[in-house]
Design a protein around this ligand. Structure first.
Ligand code: GLC
Ligand code: GLC
Length: 811
């Protein structure tokens, strides 16, 4: 069953039934100021950090689902309704939500009144625009009452829910004209306030929640709306809100537009006040002024559209498959930008409080985003590397507002340093900017400890080399990429998190075959990079370490039909046929086949065949098999999840592309493509009621074959799945790979594809790459021409400007 459809022309997903199986959301904002908005206008806005600078309250895990947002109520005689269906939930005559590239439009109609709302954040602006157009489609004059409503969050979203004994006394507002200002704590340590304005005279307002809503009313039936008049309340403590009230008279056929602006202001210390306790509103008024007419708002929206035209113009696919085109050209790239911006902080599954920018997550997010705005990727790399420790280890996350690392979600994950190499080489290959390697980058944000970024890479590489276990394989530390394979934890206390509890690495023999594969892949990249910059001695040294690792995996990391996953604390095998449960895991199959370990000996092919046989399912490849059915104390969190969910045999979509890439390494185009389609949201639209999450973005996890309800997805939007799938499909299936010396072309596709065309902007030039597969092969290039002239090999050179026609004939 479907709840809407794609409109590719406008790059929108159009929801026509508001009762989606889960709120289907979108993101507003591209830099610094962001908003989340659901298909019924739920969600919130924040400045840089969803924990420390949240503008409005949203109630996670609430009943009914999706409470809090930018709500509008229309009172038309005795009928009260909302254009987004919620919160009133009055049945609408018409409902349509269009989620587009950084904007959302929600339209509702009832009894001859149409209300169209448009939500977006103009470029380089710390404010959300909510444009409301009310139209009278009847032949009579209509008099209706419009109420806006949102509830202020007292800035720190965590404290806002916890510290009620203080917070219920701190709230402060000011009202001036049609603007409600939220200034809680502004007179002490804060230099920021927020405002909610409308560009028209108002007929009243409320700023106190209880006065507007009534203490025991639901959001669906605020007392002021029921009464048809606001109370002009002034909040002192309790829960400050912002609600405007406007009496609207519409002639037959008439429309009126109202522009609401929800903004965030920071004032320098000396300019905080206009007079005693009266905030300096000048900067807020300047923002309102910029968007106080429909023309200005439309111009800002047009700018936003051309911003996205430009970004999405960097990689454009024309294939025979609409679903593939829309994922590659629109939604997957869009999700990559969102994950780049949010890391794992704020979604409808991540509450914006606990998880900041992850070290490993942010490096991986880069690979799906770097072609869009390489300069921002550069800045991100420096921020991430600045939190590294001098020995190469890492804080697992940093807070975006302060850019300081913290161990709130643990530390000591021994895969972390390797991902920095991935981030950096991806950036250089895209941009050609080797100068980043010379940047002086601090350790633990301490500039007195700074070394060059290249030194950070060396130290990252060495972190693995310096932490090998008894089999010559990398020690796992707290865990590797799989946060839930906690081989050094032994937790018996349900009150502690596996991620932050004691990490008993003392005397541990726990080694990771996944990190071994990762090390071979990015160790080789480090070798290549070192040679490129003329550091041959270092390249030779590093190559020798990589070779040793390859040998160690072949000797001690192979189980006969697949790669082992790990050795546990005691040195016992994990992910072996000898084990009763968890005999085979996906991660080491992915990384060791991507690394090509034992390819000549047939290990890669065997490993991938085992994946197909044991891990593949109707909805994707599960993480491990058989699922754990009992708690294994020496494995930790992985065995706490019910079978088929999350890291215990769920389809953890992030790692499926590792197998796709592995398949392309051995030339199996059909398999890679089948795996791609299985988890790709656009192909799952018809089963939306099962899949549950948005059909336009990837989810982190789909319940696996051992689950109660296989195929049901969770944790959409913020997942490494976005970047890895984009990377796998564009660089390994379509096979367009940015490299130091040009664009390397190496498609691996189903044999019955006749070909496809990609337009790719790269290092200042535009390449139109036409791939022809009349020969019906999976992989292999017979010839490659640039503007009609055949070239040797499969790397299209860097031209720096101009447009070029590339024809690739497979065979
Ligand atoms: C989550 C984490 C990521 C981790 C993955 C597997 O997605 O954000 O860092 O690698 O789970 O445990
Ligand atoms: C839990 C989740 C995992 C996540 C980790 C860190 O272990 O299962 O996906 O990466 O928490 O927050």
């Amino acid at each position: 069953m479907k709840y809407g459809h794609f409109d590719d022309e406008r790059r929108e997903y159009v929801i026509t039934n508001p009762q989606t199986p889960w709120p289907w959301i979108n993101y507003l904002g591209n830099e610094d100021f962001f908003g989340l908005v659901s298909n019924s206008a739920g969600g919130y806005a924040f400045y840089k950090d969803a924990k420390f600078r949240r503008l409005n309250r949203y109630r996670y895990n609430n009943v009914p689902m999706d409470n809090g947002g930018r709500y509008f109520y229309i009172k038309d005689e005795d009928t009260i309704w909302s254009p987004g269906w919620k919160p009133c939930k009055t049945e609408l005559d018409k409902y349509e939500c269009r989620h587009g590239m950084s904007y959302t439009q929600i339209a509702g109609a009832k009894n001859g009144i149409e209300a169209e709302t448009l939500f977006f954040i103009p470029l380089k602006t710390w404010a959300e625009i909510h444009k409301v157009r009310l139209s009278n489609t009847t032949s009579e004059v209509k008099k209706i009452k419009l109420f806006s409503f949102m509830e202020w969050c007292l800035w720190n979203a965590e404290d806002d829910q916890n510290n009620l004994q203080r917070n219920l006394s701190t709230g402060e507002v000011e009202v001036k004209g049609s603007t409600i200002y939220h200034k809680t704590e502004y007179k002490e340590r804060r230099n920021h306030y927020a405002f909610y304005n409308v560009n028209a005279p108002i007929d009243g307002y409320d700023t106190d929640r209880e006065s507007f809503l009534g203490l025991y009313n639901e959001f669906s039936a605020p007392q002021a709306v029921l009464d048809g008049k606001p109370t002009n309340s002034e909040a002192h403590g309790w829960s400050p809100i912002a609600s405007h009230y406007i009496e609207v008279e519409l002639q037959p056929g008439e429309s009126k537009d109202y522009i609401f602006t929800l903004g965030y202001i920071e004032n320098p210390e000396e300019e905080k006040w206009e007079s005693k306790n009266v905030i300096n509103k000048k900067p807020a008024e300047a923002i309102m002024e910029r968007f106080n007419t429909v023309e200005k708002v439309e111009a800002a929206l047009a700018d936003l559209r051309s911003y996205w035209d430009n970004l999405l113009g960097k990689f454009m696919l024309d294939s025979n498959d609409d679903k593939l085109n829309r994922m590659v050209n629109i939604w997957n790239q869009y999700q990559c930008m969102v994950t780049f911006n949010m890391s794992r902080s704020a979604s409808f599954f991540e509450v914006g409080i606990g998880r900041g920018m992850g070290f490993r997550d942010s490096n991986q997010d880069l690979i799906g985003f770097v072609h869009q705005v390489p300069e921002r990727a550069r800045e991100r790399i420096i921020d991430i590397a600045s939190t590294q420790f001098p020995d190469g280890g890492c804080y697992h996350q940093y807070q975006p507002l302060t850019k300081r690392g913290n161990d709130a979600i643990g530390g000591g994950f021994n895969d972390d340093p390797m991902w920095l190499i991935l981030g950096v080489v991806s950036y250089i290959k895209e941009s050609g900017d080797f100068s980043i390697l010379d940047e002086m980058v601090p350790f633990d944000n301490d500039m007195s400890l700074a070394k060059s970024l290249y030194d950070h890479l060396t130290i990252s590489f060495n972190h693995v080399v310096n932490n090998l276990g008894p089999n010559g394989l990398p020690l796992i530390g707290r865990a590797d990429w799989n946060d839930c394979l906690n081989l050094n934890c032994f937790s018996t206390n349900p009150n502690e998190s596996f991620q932050t509890t004691e990490n008993n690495t003392e005397g541990s023999k726990a080694e990771s075959v996944m990190i071994a594969g990762l090390f071979v892949v990015y160790g080789q990249e480090y070798v290549k990079l070192s040679r490129r910059i003329g550091n041959d001695a270092e390249a030779d040294r590093a190559q020798a370490e990589v070779d040793k690792m390859v040998a160690a995996v072949k000797a001690r990391g192979w189980d006969g039909e697949w790669f082992l996953r790990a050795y546990d604390f005691y040195g016992n095998k994990v992910g072996s046929d000898e084990n009763e449960e968890g005999k085979i895991f996906i991660e080491s199959q992915g990384w060791c086949t991507m690394a090509g370990i034992g390819k000549e000996e047939g290990m890669c092919e065997k490993s991938l065949n085992s994946v197909k046989e044991r891990l593949d399912s109707d909805y994707g490849i599960v993480l491990n098999n058989p699922a754990f059915t009992k708690y294994v104390i020496e494995y930790g969190e992985i065995s706490t999840y019910p079978a088929g969910y999350k890291e215990n045999a769920g389809i953890f979509c992030h790692n499926n592309p590792w197998i796709m890439i592995g398949e392309t390494e051995i030339g199996r185009g059909e398999e890679a493509w089948e795996y791609y389609k299985k988890i790709c949201p656009a192909y799952l639209e018809d089963i939306s009621e099962l899949h549950k999450t948005e059909p336009y973005v990837y989810a982190q996890m789909i319940a696996g074959k051992d689950a109660y309800k296989p195929g049901e997805a969770k944790n959409s939007w913020l997942t490494g799945t976005a970047s890895w799938n984009f990377y796998a499909v564009t660089q390994y299936i379509l096979g367009i790979q940015p490299d130091y010396d040009g664009l390397k072309i190496e498609p691996c596709i189903p044999a019955d594809w006749k070909g496809f065309t990609v337009k790719r902007q790269f290092r200042g030039a535009e390449y139109t790459i036409k791939v022809i597969n009349e020969a019906g092969v999976n992989k292999g290039i017979a010839s490659l021409t640039v503007d009609g002239k055949e070239i040797d090999g499969n790397v299209v050179p860097i031209f720096e400007s101009g447009t070029y026609e590339i024809v690739v004939t497979m065979g």
